[in-house]
Design a binder for this molecule. Structure first.
Ligand SMILES: Nc1nc2c(ncn2[C@@H]2O[C@H](COP(=O)(O)OP(=O)(O)OP(=O)(O)O)[C@@H](O)[C@H]2O)c(=O)[nH]1
Ligand SMILES: [Mg+2]
Length: 622
C-alpha cells in the first residue's frame, strides 16, 4: 500500500453516471498512486489516489461508483450518495467534486449534475468523451453549458489524457477560491429532467441527421416499457409469419415427397428394399424436410434483426430482465443463438467472464426453443390446434407456437434463478454494451446466411436423421411376425419390445406406445421424434391402404388432445439431443454438469407433460 497519500490534503470526488468515464479519468489523473480498499460492509471497491497540481500542491481523489441519482437504489449508489454527503464511514468530508459527464449523453447525465449542484459543494464539470461526440457528428458548446449552470466546464478525453491540464487547473482554482454558493432551488424529478433537457439543447449546437435519427429510434426502441412491447410484438409477428408464409411451400414439398415415394415404389420390386426406401427414408426424412420453409423464415427474421443493429438493443433491453434471473445481458446473445441451436449457443457462452453466470447460461440454454423443436411443434399444432383466428390477423396456431417459445424462456429464467441460488451461487456481474449503428440489412449477406442455415438443416436430415430413421425402421421391421397385422408387427418388433419397457414409465403422463417408441431415437435429435412417428405410421398403415402422407392427419385420428398437449409440453423441456450434452461436457470439462442438466430437464419434462395431461383431462379433453 502506498502510504505517501497525505491524509490532510483536500479530498476531491469523481461523481457521475455509470460509464461516464470516472475510472478512466481517475487513472489518468492519479497514475500509479492509487490505494484500493473496500467500503465497509459493501464489496464495492474504494479507490483513492493522489493528484498533483501544476503548483506542486496535492489533493486526494476518490473514484465513486456510478449513479444516475443521489436517491440511491442499489448498494453502490448508496455508497456514492453517502460519500458526497459526507456520511460514509472512514471517508473524509469532500472538498470538491469533479462531475464527469458523457458528452454524447447529456440528456441522461445532466439531471445528476443538477442534483449534485444543490449539495453546495464546490464543483467543476469534466465534459468527457468529446472524441466520440465529434465522431458522431455532435457539435457542442461547453461555454453555453458553463454559463447556464454557473459551473466551470472542461472538455476531456479521459482515455487519451486530453484536457487534463485544464481540468486540474480549474480544480485548483475551484478548491482555492470556491465560487459563492448561491442557494439553489430544489427541483423535483420532473423539473430536473426538463431542466436537463433544456441545458442539453443549449449545449448541443448541431447534430448530424443520422445521429438525430438514431437517438429518436433508440428513444422508442430502448424505452424500458415500450421497447419490451415492441420486442415482444416483433417476436410475435415472427411466429405468425412462420405459419402463414410457409403454407404454400410446405404443400409443394409434401406433394414432392408423395410423388417421389410413388415413383420409387413403382421403380423398385416390392419387398424389403422398397419398403426401407419408401417407409424408412422417404416417409421419415421427408417428414422432417417439410419444415425447411419454416426454419428459413425463422432464420430470416433473426438475421434481419441482427443485421439492422436491433439485436444488440434487444440484449440491452433484456439486461435488467436477465439480471433479475441471475444472469446478465451477456447471456442474452448465447441464449438467443440457442433459438437456432443450443450448440452454438453454449459455445458462445465463452464470452461470459463470470464463471457462475456462464455455467448457469450453459445449463439453461437447452430450454430455449431450438429449430429442431419446430418440426415437433408444428406437426402437433397443425394436427390438434384448430386453424382459427383469435383476433385480427392473429391465428390460434401461431399463438400456441408463440406460447411454447415463451414457456421455454420463462422456464429458463426460473431455472436460472434456482441454479444461481443453489448450484452456481455467486455475485452479480456488470454489463457493458456498445450499441452498433442502425443500418439497412444487405440482402446478399442475408441470402448467403439463409442458404448456409438451410444447407445445415438439409445435411442433418440427410445424415443423422436419416440414419436414426433407418435404424428405427429396421428395429420396427424385425423380427418379422408372420401373418400378423402390421400394427402387431411394430409392437412385437425389437423397437416395440424396447418401447414396452419405457411405456409404463410414460403412461402416467398420457403417452402411448408409439410416443414411447419415438422418444428413444429422438435422443439423437428432436426432429427424429417426427420422422420416427412417420415411420411407425407408415409401417402400421401398410395394409390399410389409407396411409396418409400427412402425419398430422394420422395422429389427429389416434391421439387425444390431452396426449398431444402433453407431448408438446414434454418437448419444451426434454434434453433430447446428444450433441448438446456432448458440447456441455466439453465446455464444463466433465460429466457432472451435463448429467445434472439431463436430470433436471428430464424431471421438468416429465412434470410438465404430466401436469398438462391431467389438467387437460380434467377439462374433458382426454
Ligand atoms: N472514446 C472514449 N472512451 C472513453 C472515454 N472515457 C472513458 N471511455 C471509455 O468508456 C468506458 C467506461 O469508462 P469508465 O472509466 O469505466 O467509466 P466509469 O464512469 O468509471 O463507469 P462506472 O464505474 O461503471 O460508473 C470504458 O470503456 C472507457 O474506456 C473518452 O473520453 N473517450
Ligand atoms: Mg468506474
Amino acid at each position: 500500500m502506498d502510504n505517501s497519500i497525505s491524509k490532510k490534503s483536500a479530498l476531491v470526488a469523481l461523481l457521475g453516471c455509470p460509464n461516464a468515464g470516472k475510472t478512466s479519468l481517475f487513472n489518468a489523473l492519479t497514475g500509479a498512486s492509487q490505494k484500493i480498499a473496500n467500503y465497509p460492509g459493501v464489496t464495492v471497491e474504494r479507490k483513492i489516489g493522489q493528484l498533483k497540481f501544476a503548483s506542486g500542491h496535492m489533493a486526494r481523489l476518490v473514484d465513486l461508483p456510478g449513479t444516475y441519482s443521489l436517491t440511491p437504489i442499489s448498494l453502490d449508489e448508496e455508497v456514492t450518495n453517502r460519500a458526497v454527503r459526507g456520511q460514509q464511514d472512514g471517508l473524509d468530508k469532500i472538498s470538491a467534486i469533479i462531475a464527469v459527464v458523457d458528452a454524447n449523453n447529456l440528456d441522461n447525465h445532466l439531471p445528476l449534475i443538477l442534483e449534485a449542484k444543490s449539495l453546495g459543494i464546490p464543483m467543476i464539470i469534466a465534459l468527457n468523451m468529446v472524441d466520440m461526440a465529434a465522431r458522431d457528428g455532435l457539435t457542442l458548446s461547453p461555454q453555453a453549458l458553463e454559463t447556464a449552470l454557473g459551473i466551470k466546464v472542461v472538455e476531456t478525453v479521459a482515455v487519451r489524457k486530453r484536457g487534463l491540464t485544464d481540468l486540474t487547473a480549474a480544480l485548483e482554482i475551484c478548491l482555492n477560491e470556491p465560487a459563492e454558493n448561491l442557494p439553489v432551488a430544489m427541483l423535483d424529478d420532473k423539473e430536473r429532467f426538463a431542466e436537463a433537457h433544456r441545458l442539453a439543447k443549449l449545449t448541443i449546437l448541431k447534430q448530424s441527421a443520422s445521429r438525430l435519427w438514431t437517438q429518436t429510434a433508440d428513444r422508442i426502441l430502448l424505452h424500458p416499457v415500450g421497447g419490451i412491447f415492441i420486442l415482444l410484438g416483433l417476436l410475435f409477428i415472427m411466429f405468425q409469419a412462420v405459419y402463414s408464409w410457409s403454407e404454400a411451400p410446405i404443400g409443394w414439398i409434401e406433394s414432392g415427397t408423395e410423388i417421389l415415394a410413388a415413383f420409387v415404389a413403382n421403380l423398385l420390386p416390392a419387398g424389403f428394399f422398397s419398403d426401407l426406401i419408401t417407409q424408412g427414408v422417404i416417409a421419415g426424412v421427408g417428414s422432417v424436410i417439410v419444415f425447411l420453409p419454416q426454419i428459413l423464415i425463422l432464420f430470416l427474421f433473426i438475421l434481419l434483426l441482427e443485421s439492422t443493429g436491433y439485436m444488440t438493443r434487444a440484449a440491452f433491453l433484456m439486461d435488467r430482465f436477465m439480471a433479475s434471473a441471475g444472469m446478465s445481458g451477456h447471456s442474452f446473445i448465447p441464449l438467443l443463438s440457442s433459438f437456432a441451436c443450443a450448440i452454438p449457443g453454449i459455445m458462445a457462452t465463452r464470452s461470459i467472464a463470470d464463471d457462475k453466470q456462464r455455467l448457469t447460461t450453459i445449463l439453461v440454454a437447452p430450454l430455449m426453443t431450438c429449430s429442431a423443436r419446430l418440426p415437433v411443434y408444428t406437426v402437433i399444432i397443425g394436427a390438434f390446434i384448430p386453424k382459427m383466428t383469435i383476433g385480427p390477423n392473429i391465428g390460434l396456431q401461431g399463438f400456441v407456437l408463440f406460447c411454447l417459445y415463451l414457456a421455454g424462456i420463462i422456464a429458463a429464467m426460473i431455472a436460472s434463478i434456482f441454479i444461481r441460488k443453489t448450484a452456481a451461487k455467486g455475485a452479480e456481474g456488470t454489463f457493458l454494451l456498445e450499441m452498433p449503428r442502425y443500418q439497412m440489412p444487405r440482402m446478399r449477406d442475408i441470402l448467403i446466411s439463409l442458404w448456409q442455415r438451410g444447407w445445415v438443416f438439409l445435411r442433418r436430415a440427410g445424415t443423422i436423421i436419416m440414419a436414426a430413421t433407418i435404424i428405427l425402421w429396421l428395429l420396427l421391421t424385425f423380427p418379422k411376425v408372420d401373418g400378423a397385422s402390421s400394427d402387431l408387427q411394430s409392437q412385437k418388433s425389437y423397437a416395440g419390445q424396447i418401447a414396452s419397457v419405457i411405456e409404463p414409465v410414460v403412461r402416467p403422463i398420457g403417452f402411448n406406445q408409439e410416443i414411447a417408441l419415438a422418444l428413444i431415437p429422438a435422443m439423437a435429435a428432436r426432429e427424429v421424434a417426427v420422422s420416427a412417428l412417420a415411420t411407425v405410421n407408415a409401417i402400421d398403415a401398410e395394409d390399410e391402404e389409407k396411409q396418409s402422407a400427412d402425419l398430422g392427419k394420422t395422429l389427429a385420428g389416434k391421439w387425444s388432445l390431452a396426449t398431444a398437449l402433453a407431448f408438446l409440453a414434454w418437448f419444451v423441456f426434454a434434453p433430447q439431443c446428444i450433441s448438446t450434452i456432448a458440447v456441455a461436457k466439453r465446455e464444463t470439462n466433465g460429466w457432472k454438469w451435463p448429467l445434472f442438466m439431463l436430470a433436471y430437464l428430464f424431471a421438468l419434462a416429465y412434470l410438465a407433460a404430466g401436469i398438462t395431461y391431467w389438467t387437460a383431462v380434467a377439462f374433458g379433453l382426454g
